[in-house]
Design a protein around this ligand. Structure first.
Ligand code: NA7
Length: 545
């Protein structure tokens, strides 16, 4: 057996919300850690997604770190739902306060990882060809961090400005007097369209599928409100661990059938004027499961769209006709629908009027060419799996992660893949960590991983590897929980079939198999499963000394 002398006990990939806390925890455990981060500073999602309008849909105070006890006492959030600049400042402050940067290498993209079967260590290769070794690797690469561009012929020919919302430049981008196209009307599209509409010379929105967007109802926080919220932090953090997905809101057990007509209307109006996701996961729970209940709520929302959008044809185009409410990520909006009442904004329904080609000067649809100075792609991400599939990860016997996942991802608890020892996944497919209210869902999982990594290093364990049986059982459970119900009837990022094939760079690959990518279960239940493993000797993992 080869002698182990890895450069680090643990390499963490990514210095976003998860990677930062993971570093803190591993250092506290006395481990030698290095974080490799593709960006130029901390913050992950909030480092990259700098587009105008980028903002939280979770309440700011519910989304902050719970571990930064002193900062909790000092940090005043300016709004119920903070915008990107405030979040970026927050993560930088945390990095300063905990001196995190000294162990983070920025501007360093990991391109490959190879498991060495003699040393039981990983070799991590960066974009510059540098190779670092670690006994344990934890990927904190983000659920939504691998941007995708649509497969439109001629996309590379366009001579004007091209932006993807997830790769927004750090210098100012102006829209004044410009003819701007936005492709995509998901959560990001809804935010960026609302802002660009305010100043663009002309804005054309290309919509493939209308979404059920609901009002964010953001507001500034006064000093008094902030003091009151802060006084409630212990109860709030406690509650956030008990709700289904770590949000302040949770499903209302009283079904729609408990209300009479006027009562239900009042209930819906109250939800519509509430904060953030109160009008998704704060709704009567039968809306998530029962078509009649779902249609009552979506009918209410459709009427709101008709009230808010002046042009009846545009209003009808903005009302979804292909999916039940809540089966795709529900965007939160702040004046989105009113954007279409402006003279400078136009909506092009891509299904009726398909984009045929991008030219040097604009976009050619089936009804002719439209000239543009700028095209903004708000076309989203290869969610859950994309960041990992873009790294060449090779495990035992030369088997790659891409190969292991060619029929869709398989994992044990979302944290490991059989054949990839000592590699832990944070925020990938099939787990609860990093989904829902990201920081809340992540923190207990990160603590569990830090404890496991400490155990591996201090006990001189050579290999920890999920067994194929445990992996199969968990992967089947994930699919079983997602089968049936309304969710299963919709193409979405949760099934990965918003993308056509396995080839993220758009050259054509295998058709994507429809496999559920997230995990349907309560946060507390998921955390308890992990904790039980730790208490009982980690069943489902083969542990070799
Ligand atoms: P999403 O939610 O994946 O939205 C991407 C949008 O781009 C969506 O409207 C897509 O339409 C649209 N799209 C994708 N490809 C095309 C093509 N080829 N033509 C036209 N339109 C296209 O990503 P977001 O960035 O908005 O949100 C990601 C997460 O950020 C979200 O889950 C939140 O957590 C925050 P589709 O609906 O697929 O028909």
């Amino acid at each position: 057996m080869a002698v182990r002398t890895p450069d680090f006990d643990v390499i963490v990939i990514g210095a976003g919300i998860s990677g930062m806390y993971q570093l803190h925890l591993l250092r506290e455990a006395g481990l030698k850690v290095r974080v490799l981060e593709a960006g130029g500073d901390v913050g992950g999602t909030w480092y990259w997604n700098r587009y105008p309008g980028a903002r939280l849909d979770s309440e700011s105070y519910s989304y902050q770190y719970a571990f930064t006890k002193d900062l909790l006492g000092e940090w005043d959030w300016s709004e119920h739902f903070a915008a990107q600049p405030e979040l970026e400042k927050y993560y930088r402050t945390v990095a300063d306060r905990y001196d995190l940067r000294k162990d983070i290498r920025f501007d360093t993209r990991v391109t490959a990882m190879d498991f060495d079967e003699d040393t039981d260590d990983w070799t991590v290769t960066t974009g510059t060809g540098e190779r670092l070794t670690a006994h344990v690797v934890i990927t904190a690469t983000g659920v939504l961090s691998a941007p995708i561009y649509p497969r439109i012929p001629g996309i590379e020919r366009f001579g004007g400005e091209v932006r993807h919302t997830a790769q927004w430049p750090r210098e100012d981008v102006t829209f004044e007097g410009k003819r701007v196209a936005v492709i995509g009307t998901g959560s990001t599209g809804v935010q960026v369209i609302t802002e660009i509409a305010k100043t663009a010379g002309h804005l054309t929105v290309f919509q493939r599928t209308a979404n059920w967007a609901v009002p964010l109802n953001n507001a500034p926080l006064s000093t008094e409100e902030m003091a009151e919220i802060r006084a409630g932090y212990p109860d709030m953090f406690d509650r956030l661990q008990k709700t289904f997905s770590g949000f302040l809101h949770d499903w209302d057990p009283r079904p729609t059938t408990d209300y009479d007509g006027a009562g239900l209307r009042d209930r819906f109006e109250a939800a519509y004027s509430g904060h953030g996701f109160s009008k998704w996961i704060g709704l009567p729970a039968d809306i998530a499961t029962d078509i009649t209940a779902n249609e009552k709520w979506s009918g209410f929302l459709a009427d709101k769209i008709r009230e808010r959008v002046d042009d009846p044809r545009t209003a009808e185009l903005l009302i979804p006709d292909d999916h039940y409410f809540g089966t795709k990520r529900v965007p939160c909006e702040s004046g989105y629908y009113e954007s279409y009442n402006r003279d400078n904004v136009e909506l092009v329904p891509v299904r009726e009027n398909p984009i045929e080609e991008i030219t040097e000067t604009g976009i050619r649809t089936s009804q002719g060419e439209l000239p543009f100075d700028m095209i903004v792609f708000a076309t989203g991400f290869e969610a859950f799996t994309g960041a990992l599939k873009r790294i060449d990860i090779t495990g035992v016997g030369g088997r790659t992660l891409r190969k292991a996942w060619e029929d869709g991802p398989v994992t044990y608890l979302g944290v490991q893949v059989s054949g990839f020892p000592n590699l832990f996944i944070m925020g990938g497919p099939h787990g609860k960590g990093g989904h829902g209210n990201g920081p809340r869902c992540a923190e207990r999982v990160l603590e569990w991983m830090a404890e496991f990594a400490e155990h591996i290093v201090t006990e001189d364990i050579r290999r920890v590897e999920a067994t194929p049986e445990a992996e199969r059982e968990w992967s089947e459970e994930v699919q079983r929980r997602a089968s049936g119900g309304l969710l299963a009837q919709t193409k979405s990022i949760y099934f990965g079939d918003n993308l056509e094939d396995e080839d993220e760079d758009g050259d054509g690959g295998r058709p994507r198999k429809r496999v559920y990518l997230a995990y349907i279960g309560a946060l507390s239940e998921y955390v308890e499963r992990l904790r039980t493993l730790a208490r009982t000797g980690y069943p489902g993992f083969r542990i070799s000394k």
